[in-house]
Design a protein around this ligand. Structure first.
Ligand SMILES: [Zn+2]
Length: 71
C-alpha cells in the first residue's frame, strides 16, 4: 500500500548544510538493517542532501565506523 505521507527533507527542515560522517546516530536513520542506503523517496530527503548522506556513509564505511553492507 502506498502511503501518501508528506515528507520533508530532514536536513532542510533542521537547517543542516553539511552531514557529519561521525554522527552515526544520524547516518543510521538513512541506512537499513543491511547497511544499505535507504531510498530517498522513503526518507523524504532531497537530492542535494541525499548526495551528502551517501558521501558521509561511504566515508564512515571507509574509516570502519559503519560496517559495509552485508551480503
Ligand atoms: Zn535537503
Amino acid at each position: 500500500m502506498i502511503t501518501e505521507e508528506k515528507k520533508t527533507c530532514y536536513f532542510c527542515a533542521n537547517g543542516i548544510e553539511e552531514v557529519d560522517f561521525l554522527n552515526l546516530a544520524l547516518l543510521k536513520k538513512f541506512i537499513n538493517q543491511r547497511g544499505k542506503i535507504i531510498n530517498p523517496k522513503r526518507t523524504g530527503t532531497c537530492s542535494k542532501h541525499q548526495r551528502k548522506i551517501a558521501t558521509a556513509i561511504k566515508r564512515a564505511r571507509t574509516v570502519a565506523l559503519l560496517s559495509p553492507s552485508y551480503k
